[in-house]
Design a protein around this ligand. Structure first.
Ligand SMILES: O=C(O)c1cc(C(=O)O)c2c(n1)C(=O)C(=O)c1cc(C(=O)O)[nH]c1-2
Ligand SMILES: [Ca+2]
Length: 715
């Protein structure tokens, strides 16, 4: 009898272990932890801890820091469980620290192959891990999902999340950089790649074994056949007829990647997927200009155990602006018009702040949180945008300057909601984009947008005009009134995500390398720390042995500086120093002396072939710009090719660009798509740009620190 009882007790605890982990599901009970991406399932990114507060903030100092081994964009949200901090870094690596002392307990390198970098649009970033039942789950840039033992960092299981036999379009340029989420023993993960050509989907895996439980595709099967997936019914009955049957999507896969927000809500028992943009962007090319293209630009609600479809709400029909709905989704209980409602709060790229019923997907309201010109309004009854005809550039065939631009009114930088103030804090930005339709046949490597990739000309007047339009600010938004309460202006766009705390503080790292705390009630600036590197990641807070800590990853990067190049440094001159910074009251640590020189100009060869260089510009903007910056001006993360030793020698440049001499560092080889002549044209273009800009870059550094000063920074 005793034996049987013992057995069944063991059995019970094992099966419970599989479907519940109170550390995560009851995170509200342990304010000292940050056990899930948004701390609690509601994704508020609010820590109730209040030792660091508006009174004590003056004593906040660096407690410890740790250098990462990748100086690229760091977008990770660390997790903290019972005093151990788990951080993910660029190239999908994981590090576990003693949260109090900063001692490194273990590190795990998922060994992402360098050449996979070129398969993604936006830096080899990673946004975080998930914790469940003593395991840490991380998605890797080459699309593996890995379960690690949280104590040792040893691998428990690993799966390839991309099915070999499914219809995924012809290009299949997948990457994974979002944080997995766990609910009811199922680990869920999506992917990115819609700028190149993929069919978006989310998978659910058994957290204990890695066995696939379900898969949900976000765009239809091109022949409207079953995929034998959870999404079959809604795709075949609802979505397929919203696509032009002969559009380019039948080659690209249509896009709709779920590359960031996946949210489980215990109250509705639903999982909300934030679905991305169309592939290619050009809607005329993608879908013959026909239909709304479900489930692009939508929130889709599914069941956690089965992936079964429940409802969807499309925010951006006919997407042609990269207006993803992947941005941070929160759940909240609000009193709206005298009625208690359980809702989703969402500020997608398209610039409107949406409130949607969490149970049914019913549209409640929307109001623009940044300046918007693509839609006159959101219909107050249907929730459908009233799109301005000129904004449909792929149909008019004419260039159109969009607000928001392709990088959105806010992007991956997380919001925060404080129930204490009733405000949602949004890391908002304005980066306009001119969309010029240019529908090339789809390539198997490189961007497939169906728009012109030409960037800004090197004309100071045009550059200055554009720079004036670039802004970034923190918005405190009252969702009940759908209105801005106050704002904090920053120097430019692309600032970090937000944390709010029980100490009535909001924390934010900035693109210019400062880390701030503001009063959550009025935005007063209460703390400013020189973090030595642009910050794009969101802070977290935790407690160990009665002491409250604030942690944030530093490391300038992501798509904005890679693609926009030098223009992005108008948010503040910054050199990437990738680290974890941890603050506490009366901390005594210091950062090493600052090095702000960045990439130093090197005298280029004097001769170049003007004709080849002109052709090289087009090739550069198509294949190189997305990482090395518009018009060969680097944004301070990846090498500035004007000063590269490789441009001095034809053979050396061919080796790097054509034959992959630097693939280990993430530089792809291009001999499968560029001829030797093409590569030489790019080299000639780089020599030309180096000559055009060398003197002014040297002049800009003519000061004792050797750091570009003033206006010269963005030249
Ligand atoms: O369509 C996609 O599949 C996709 C993926 C990603 C990504 O996974 O990083 C981004 C985007 N789109 C995107 O549009 C975007 O603005 C963006 C910014 C970033 C970043 O980390 O800096 N990623 C992405
Ligand atoms: Ca995108």
């Amino acid at each position: 009898m005793v034996v049987i009882l013992t057995l069944s007790a063991t059995h019970l605890s094992q099966s419970q272990a599989a479907t519940d982990d109170p550390l995560v599901t009851q995170a509200e009970e342990s304010p000292q932890n940050w056990p899930a991406h948004g701390r609690t399932y509601n994704e508020h990114r609010y820590s109730p801890l209040n030792q660091i507060n508006t009174e004590t903030i003056g004593r906040l100092k660096l407690a410890w820091s740790s250098n990462f081994d990748t100086n690229r964009g760091q977008e990770g949200t660390p997790l903290v469980v019972n005093g151990i901090l788990y951080a993910t870094t660029n190239w999908s690596k994981v590090r576990a620290y003693d949260g109090a002392s900063g001692k490194l307990l273990w590190s795990y390198d998922s060994q992402v192959p360098g050449p996979s970098a070129v398969r993604g649009c936006c830096d080899t970033v990673n946004r975080g891990a998930a914790y469940w039942n003593d395991k840490i789950f991380v998605g890797t840039f080459d699309n593996r999902l890995i379960a690690l033992d949280a104590k040792t960092g040893h691998k428990i299981w690993e799966v390839d999340t991309i099915p070999k036999d499914a219809w995924l379009g012809d290009i299949r340029s997948y990457i994974t950089d979002g944080a997995p989420r766990v609910a009811k023993g199922i680990v869920m993960i999506g992917n990115g790649g819609a700028e190149f050509g993929v069919r978006g989907f989310v998978s659910g895996f058994d957290a204990e074994t890695g066995a696939l439980k379900w898969r949900f595709y976000t765009t239809p099967n091109r022949s409207n056949q079953p995929d034998h997936a959870a999404s079959d019914a809604p795709l075949m009955t609802i979505a397929y007829r919203t696509w032009g049957p002969h559009g380019a999507w039948i080659h690209s896969g249509g896009g709709g990647t779920v590359w960031d927000s996946i949210v489980y809500d215990p109250q509705t028992d639903l999982v909300y997927l934030g679905v991305g943009n169309g592939s290619p962007w050009n809607y005329k090319q993608r879908s013959d200009g026909i239909g709304d293209n479900l489930f692009l630009g939508s929130i889709v609600a599914i069941r956690p155990e089965t992936g079964e479809y429940v409802w969807h709400f499309q925010e951006t029909p006919q997407d042609q602006w990269d207006y993803t709905s992947t941005q941070h989704i929160m759940t909240a209980d609000l009193e709206i018009n005298g009625k208690k409602r359980h809702v989703l709060l969402h500020a997608p790229k398209n610039g409107f702040f949406y409130i949607v019923d969490a149970q049914t997907g019913e549209f409640i309201s929307a109001r623009n949180y940044v300046p918007v010109n693509w839609a006159k309004e959101i219909d107050p009854v249907t929730g459908r945008p009233n799109i301005v005809p000129d904004a449909l550039y792929s149909l008019t065939g004419k260039p159109w300057a969009g607000l928001p631009g392709d990088l959105g009114g806010h992007n991956f930088a997380a919001m925060s909601y404080s129930a204490q103030t009733g405000l949602v804090y949004i890391p908002a930005q304005q980066i306009p984009m001119v969309f010029t339709p240019d529908a090339h046949p789809l390539k198997h490597k490189g961007l497939n947008l169906g728009i012109s990739m030409q960037g800004l000309p090197d004309d100071p007047a045009i550059r200055d005009g554009f720079l004036k339009t670039l802004t970034g600010w923190l918005i405190a938004w009252d969702p009940k009134q759908q209105k801005e309460i106050f704002r904090v202006d920053h120097r430019g766009p692309w600032n970090g995500g937000l944390l709010s705390t029980g100490g009535n503080l909001i924390f934010q790292g900035l693109a210019n390398g400062e880390f701030h705390a503001y009063d959550a009630r009025n935005g007063a600036d209460l703390f400013n720390f020189n973090a030595q590197s642009g910050i794009i990641a969101p802070p977290i807070s935790y407690e160990v042995n009665g002491k409250q800590y604030i942690a944030v990853e530093t490391g300038w990067g992501g798509i904005y500086p890679l693609l926009m190049g030098r223009t992005a440094l108008s948010s503040g001159w910054t050199v990437n120093h990738s680290r974890l910074l941890v603050f506490a009251l009366d901390g005594t640590a210091e950062l090493p002396p600052q090095n702000d020189r960045g990439m130093i100009p090197v005298k280029p060869p004097e001769q170049f072939d003007a004709q080849q260089a002109a052709a090289g510009y087009q090739l550069y903007e198509t294949f190189c710009q997305v990482c090395h910056g518009d018009n060969a001006l680097s944004g301070g993360v990846l090498p500035d090719l004007r000063w590269s030793g490789a441009i001095h020698h034809l053979a050396g440049f061919q080796n790097v660009v054509g034959r992959g001499a630097l693939t280990a560092y993430g530089m792809a080889r291009f001999d499968d798509i560029l001829s030797r002549q093409d590569i030489e044209k790019i080299r000639q273009f780089l020599i030309k740009r180096a000559n055009e800009t060398y003197a002014r870059e040297v002049a800009a550094r003519a000061n004792p620190q050797n750091i570009p000063q003033g206006r010269a920074i963005t030249e």
